[in-house]
Design a protein around this ligand. Sequence first.
Ligand code: 13P
Length: 250
Amino acid sequence: MKRIPMIAGNWKLHKTTQEALELVKKIHHGLPQPGEVDVVVAPPFTAIKTIADFLKKSYIAVAGQNLYWENTGAYTGEISAPILKEAGASYVIIGHSERRQYFGETNETVNKKIKAALDYVMPIVCVGETLAQREADQTQEVIQTQITESLANLSDANMRQIIIAYEPIWAIGTGKTATPAQAEEVHAFIRQTVADLYSPTIADQLRILYGGSVKPDNAHELLAKKNIDGALVGGASLQAELFIDIIKSI
Ligand code: 13P
């Protein structure tokens, strides 16, 4: 089964709405013709509507960077799936390691958020090990637990909507990328884990993105690997030329 590659830019806590609009205009203008690639940008919440309105005639889609699992209620400061959808998002990043590290995200809350997202926006679910875990040879164990618990009790139809991003924590924002072989090994392991949990067909359709210091000069080699279906880009997605070059490297 052919999986359409995806390049997603996670802008994290960068860009006011005005700055976000300038960046997305540059990306839009420099973008290659629509081809066999899905392009997504994830600006801060307050910029989503402006960006989504601008991108209406483009093939770039918009993602939220987080959401809460209740749709409405007394949850000060939270944003829900229907609100994200109304603002123009069609994806949401869930369980990014920065949220796990600084905001107490767990596999259990990731699972609740995935279930809350599914009727509205497609989840991009992040997993990844720390350097200490990799050095202690625990990578597979950690990833298996994250996948099993985060993706617990979903239907096959739900699983077809989900994208996974493997982001080794030691490679995020450090300039240290996993080698294509290291990344491929974990991606293949994630696919096998999903095949065991759900089915080989679901696993075969699943898109698994790599994230962690992806740049134009390493993107091609990573994306050429059989089980790497795209990239979740942080730093390099804040510069239009770099992000476009990564898209072109597909
Ligand atoms: P960098 O590309 O800056 O390493 O960030 C990766 C990331 O966290 C994307 O979600």
